[in-house]
Design a protein around this ligand. Structure first.
Ligand SMILES: [Zn+2]
Ligand SMILES: [Zn+2]
Length: 107
């Protein structure tokens, strides 16, 4: 049986803001902690099986009682929408700011 969630925690350069993003350590990092953008590389979380590689920008942030914040990303290339948990070192000020959709920059 294929594992749906593959741990894939490497440092990378964010394609959206250009900052160096260190490995998360406890889980697979799936978005940039500085600008919250993600890359469309997964079919299932962490599998890196998608060849789209479009930048996924946050379009909504929803507070969650158990998981902190849920970030909704939309792929700028193919339009796919997906939800991701926030990470421990995400920019909390940005997460809070983005809970108001009027604060999210239009791309
Ligand atoms: Zn970034
Ligand atoms: Zn895509």
């Amino acid at each position: 049986m294929a594992k749906v969630f593959t741990k894939n925690d490497n440092a990378f350069i964010c394609k959206a803001c250009g900052k160096q993003v260190p490995p998360l350590g406890y889980s697979s990092r799936n978005h940039c902690p500085f600008c919250l953008a993600s890359l469309h590389v997964d079919v299932n979380p962490g599998d890196r099986a998608c060849e789209c590689m479009g930048i996924m920008y946050p379009i909504a942030v929803t507070p969650h009682s158990k998981q902190g914040y849920i970030i909704t990303h939309k792929c700028s290339a193919c339009g796919k929408v997906g939800n991701n948990r926030c990470a421990a070192d995400d920019d909390v000020g940005l997460l809070i700011k983005y809970t108001n959709p009027f604060n999210i920059p239009k791309r």
